[in-house]
Design a protein around this ligand. Structure first.
Ligand code: TXA
Ligand code: MG
Length: 333
């Protein structure tokens, strides 16, 4: 078994929590852990049974592949059949960090690929994730630690609330720094294809590669489709409606006379004046700070029992594009 785990740098656990987590993982169990993007539901990526229990716990369809998390870029050769030149340039520029790179898979990755010829790899930058990965010494398969189709967790408490009695052992690393899932870039196509927007933007990638990349056409058939990116993702229970900053106030006035439970989520500058605090979840005008708070805001809408939520998205800059992408999927549910 030992020889099967290849995740990069290996070192002894540096705390009782990490030691316990490693013990559980070696035993084929699940551990939730923080990354800089969202919390992950981790299992030994080379153990097919452990990986199967991720799918069971999330209620995730078996045709959606998982990302393998590694302690360092050097470990990628073990999980890949071939690493293109773009791989090392992007890994050097963005790892550890919020970028998952899709490359042709080696047989070691077969438990996580959902039958695809490719595997997604990522070195996260949360210090606790890196400590866990180094102590485990293998690759960790980890989707976001939420039930399938729900909002990704950005705190340990979110994981507990979402998974309830199925919650595994959780390493608590506080609130996630980025707040939305990693960028997913497919390097098995030429040019590479952006499958999911995140903190590493198209522009960042094109600057490092010195070439243009494609954008995946979500949902459709064909090679540019990412199996996990259906429109039903990232949705709270409340119905999400997107509005521009200019017309949000008008919609709120119109809703004021209905008996329906509803509320507003948006940047401070777009918050309709005079709206009762109970109907308001205010986020930052700055897109990256907005991103850090958006999933908590959507959970708050559900906690308040709203059936309908008016959302004003952030500007496109920085993480704004990724947040707008997630919100438009939530609205099309
Ligand atoms: O930020 C993140 O990436 C978080 C943290 C925990 O690292 N993880 C995460 O995993 O968001 P998950 O499983 O919720 O999303 C992974 C996405 C899915 O949309 C999946 O379809 C795509 O990555 N993906 C994984 N392997 C792939 C592959 N071989 N080809 C294309 N897309 C792939
Ligand atoms: Mg997810």
């Amino acid at each position: 078994m030992e020889a099967d785990r290849v995740g990069g740098e290996h070192s002894a656990p540096d705390s009782p929590e990490v030691a316990r987590a490693v013990e559980i993982l070696l035993d084929g169990g699940l551990v939730a852990f923080p990354t800089e993007t969202v919390y992950g539901l981790g299992a030994d990526a080379s153990n097919a049974e452990a990986v199967a229990s991720i799918y069971r716990t999330k209620g995730r369809p078996p045709n959606i592949p998982l990302i393998v998390h590694l302690a360092c870029a050097e470990a990628a050769v073990e999980w890949s059949a071939a690493l293109p030149p773009a791989f090392s340039r992007l890994a050097a520029a963005f790892w550890p960090g919020p970028l998952a790179l899709v490359v042709f898979a080696s047989p070691r990755a077969r438990a996580v690929t959902a039958g695809l010829p490719t595997v997604a790899l990522r070195v996260p930058r949360h210090p606790l994730a890196l400590r866990l990965l180094r102590a485990f010494g293998g690759g960790l398969a980890a989707p976001s630690a939420n039930r399938y189709g729900r909002v990704s967790p950005t705190t340990a408490d979110d994981v507990r609330q979402d998974l309830g009695p199925d919650s595994p052992f959780i390493l608590d690393g506080g609130a996630c720094e980025v707040g939305v899932e990693s960028t997913v870039l497919d390097l098995s196509t030429e040019p590479p294809t952006l499958l999911r927007k995140g903190a590493v933007t198209r522009q960042h990638i094109e600057e490092v590669l010195g070439q243009g990349i494609d954008e995946g056409s979500e949902g459709g058939a064909g090679p540019h489709r990412s199996p996990g990116l259906s429109t039903s993702h990232y949705a709270p229970r409340a119905r999400v409606e997107l509005h521009g900053p200019a017309d949000a106030a008008g919609h709120c006035i119109a809703l004021a006379t209905t008996a329906e439970s509803w509320g507003f989520i948006g940047p401070r500058s777009a918050a309709p004046p005079g709206l009762d605090n109970g109907r308001l979840v205010v986020l930052s005008d700055e897109p990256d700070a907005y991103a850090r708070g958006i999933y908590a805001a959507l959970r708050e809408a559900d906690r308040r029992g709203w059936s309908r939520v008016l959302v004003v998205p952030p500007d496109e800059a920085g993480l704004g594009a990724a947040v707008r992408d997630r919100l438009s999927r939530a609205a099309r549910r």
